[in-house]
Ligand binder design. Structure first.
Ligand SMILES: Nc1nc2c(ncn2[C@@H]2O[C@H](COP(=O)(O)OP(=O)(O)OP(=O)(O)O)[C@@H](O)[C@H]2O)c(=O)[nH]1
Ligand SMILES: *[C@@H]1O[C@H](CO)[C@@H](O)[C@H](O)[C@H]1NC(C)=O
Ligand SMILES: *[C@@H]1O[C@H](CO)[C@@H](O)[C@H](O)[C@H]1NC(C)=O
Ligand SMILES: *[C@@H]1O[C@H](CO)[C@@H](O)[C@H](O)[C@H]1NC(C)=O
Ligand SMILES: [Mg+2]
Length: 406
C-alpha cells in the first residue's frame, strides 16, 4: 500500500516537474515534504494509543482517566511488553466549568497545566500537537477507533465482572479534540466493563494497527487503584512550574510561609454550582461553624482560612462574613494579573489547599480528592486531609481514606 502510494506520488511528481524531491508531495498542491517531515516516519514507527473522555466530565476526573491509561502502558512496559507504544495526551477542549473561556476551538495542551517531562518519567507520553505538527499534509488517520459503551445491566446475574463484546461498526459522534483533520479508518462499537487491562485484548484483534483510539476512556476502570504504581503515577503528575510558583508566592505573601507544609492556615474546598443539592450542600453559616469547631477540637493555632470555591461572589461574601464574626480572617485566590485561565486558577487554588495545616473538602468531589492525594504526597498526617464538610441536612459521611503507598 505504502509502496503503491509512493509510486503514485512520484509519478505525479515527475509530471509536476518536481522530480528533484524524493519525499512525499501533496496531491492537490504539489508541495513536497521538507526535511522536518522526515520525522513523521519516525513517529510512524511508534504505536500510538489515543483516548477521549465523555465531554461533560470535569478536569479532575479526567486526571484520573489519564492515570488509568498511563498505568496500563507503564505496567506493560515494566513487564517488557508494548515497548513501542506511546500514550497521546488528549488536549483540553472546552470544559463545562471553564465559564470565562470562550470556546475558541483551541484545545489546550497538557503543558499548560502539568509538567509533561515529569509525566514522561512515569509513562511514555506525547502531546497531540506534537504529532500533528509532524503529520505531514495528509491529515491524520487512526487505524481503529473503538467506541466504548456501558453494558445495559452491569450487574447481570448479580455480579460485576470484567467483560467486553464487539457490537460492530458504528459512528463516532465525538470531535477528535477539535482537530478537523483527524479521521479513523474504522470505527467499532464495543460494550465494555471492568479493568482497563482488557483494552490490550481489544487492540490485539488487529495486531497490525499502529494507531488505536478509545472513545469514552472513562469507562475502563483502574486495575490497581491505590497501589504503589497508582501513587508513582500520581506523583509524576506535577503541575506546570509557573502555577506552582504562583501558589508559592501567594502563600508567602498571605501566610508568610516558605515551607512545603505550612502550619498557620486552614483551607477548605467549598464546592457549589452543579454540586449543589439541598441534602448534600453546606450553607455558609454551617461551613463557618464547622471550620470553627475543627479549630477548637483539634486545638489548632489558626486564624487564617483559605477558601477554594466555585461559588458565586455572593456566596463567598456570605461565608467570609460568617467567618469574620467567628474571629477568622479569610482569603480567596484572586490573580493580580489575568494571565491564568479558569483551569489554571483552579489548580493554583488546589496547590494552596494542599499546603495548609488542615484541609476540609467537599464530600465526593474529585476536585477535593486530588487535593487529598497531593497532601498524602507531601507527607501530611492523613487526619489533616481526609475531612469533608457535613451537609446542613442529612447524613454526614466520613470520606474514604486512600492513603499513600510508597
Ligand atoms: N477556581 C476554582 N474552580 C473550581 C473549584 N471547585 C470546582 N471548580 C471548577 O469546577 C471544576 C470541578 O469539576 P471537576 O473537575 O469535575 O470536579 P468535581 O465536579 O468537583 O468532581 P466530580 O464532578 O464529582 O467529578 C474544576 O475543574 C474547576 O474548573 C474551586 O474551588 N476553585
Ligand atoms: C519538570 O519535572 C522534571 C522532573 O521532575 C524536573 O526535572 C523539571 O525541573 C521540571 N520542569 C520544570 C520547568 O519545573
Ligand atoms: C491539522 O490541523 C491542525 C490544526 O487544526 C494543524 O496544526 C495541523 O497542521 C493540521 N495537519 C494536517 C496534516 O493537516
Ligand atoms: C515571617 O516568618 C519569619 C519566620 O519564618 C519571621 O521571622 C517573620 O517575622 C515573619 N514575618 C511576618 C511579617 O510575620
Ligand atoms: Mg465534575
Amino acid at each position: 500500500m505504502l509502496l503503491f502510494y509512493l509510486f503514485y506520488v512520484n509519478l505525479l511528481l515527475v509530471s509536476a516537474d518536481e522530480a528533484k524531491h524524493n519525499g512525499q508531495c501533496d496531491l492537490n498542491t504539489g508541495v513536497c515534504e521538507d526535511e522536518g517531515d522526515v520525522q513523521i516516519r519516525d513517529l510512524d514507527r511508534k504505536k500510538l494509543l489515543f483516548y477521549d473522555v465523555n465531554p461533560p466530565e470535569g478536569f479532575n476526573l479526567r486526571r484520573d482517566v489519564y492515570m488509568r491509561f498511563a498505568i496500563l502502558l507503564a505496567e506493560a512496559q515494566k513487564r517488557g511488553e508494548k515497548l513501542d507504544w506511546q500514550l497521546v495526551l488528549p488536549p483540553w477542549g472546552y470544559l463545562f466549568h471553564w465559564r470565562s473561556e470562550s470556546y475558541s476551538g483551541n484545545a489546550k495542551p497538557w503543558s499548560k497545566f502539568f509538567n509533561v517531562t515529569s509525566l514522561g518519567l512515569y509513562a511514555p507520553v506525547i502531546e497531540l500537537h506534537d504529532i500533528m505538527q509532524n503529520s505531514g499534509r495528509y491529515g491524520y488517520k487512526i487505524d481503529s477507533l473503538y467506541i466504548l459503551q456501558n453494558y445495559d445491566d452491569p450487574f447481570k446475574n448479580g455480579d460485576f465482572r470484567d467483560k467486553w463484546n464487539v457490537l460492530g461498526p458504528c459512528e463516532y459522534e465525538g470531535y477528535y479534540w477539535g482537530y478537523h483533520n483527524i479521521t479513523a479508518k474504522r470505527v467499532i462499537c464495543v460494550q465494555f466493563q471492568g479493568s482497563i487491562e482488557q483494552l490490550w485484548e481489544i487492540i490485539e484483534r488487529r495486531p497490525k494497527d499502529r494507531k488505536v483510539m478509545f472513545s469514552h476512556g472513562e469507562i475502563p476502570l483502574h486495575s490497581s487503584y491505590g497501589t504503589k504504581s497508582f501513587w508513582d503515577c500520581r506523583k509524576s503528575m506535577q503541575f506546570n512550574s509557573a502555577l506552582i510558583e504562583e501558589a508559592n508566592s501567594y502563600i508567602v505573601k498571605k501566610f508568610n510561609c516558605t515551607k512545603t507544609k505550612c502550619s498557620n492556615f486552614l483551607s477548605i474546598h467549598w464546592r457549589l454550582q452543579d454540586f449543589y443539592r439541598a441534602d448534600r450542600s453546606t450553607s455558609s453559616k454551617r461551613t463557618a461553624e464547622q471550620i470553627d469547631q475543627t479549630v477548637r477540637n483539634k486545638l489548632l493555632d489558626i486564624q487564617d482560612v483559605f477558601i477554594a470555591s466555585d461559588g458565586t461572589h455572593m456566596e463567598l461574601k456570605s461565608l467570609k462574613a460568617e467567618l469574620k464574626m467567628l474571629g477568622y480572617k479569610s482569603y480567596t485566590y484572586v490573580p493580580e494579573v489575568t494571565v491564568y485561565t479558569d483551569g489554571q486558577m483552579a489548580i493554583i487554588e488546589q496547590i494552596i489547599c494542599s499546603r495548609s495545616a488542615y484541609f476540609i473538602g467537599t464530600h465526593e468531589s474529585t476536585f477535593t480528592y486530588r487535593i487529598q492525594e497531593e497532601r498524602e504526597i507531601l507527607g501530611f498526617n492523613s487526619d489533616t486531609s481526609f475531612n469533608s464538610l457535613c451537609p446542613d441536612v442529612g447524613e454526614c459521611e466520613k470520606p474514604a481514606r486512600w492513603t499513600i503507598v510508597h
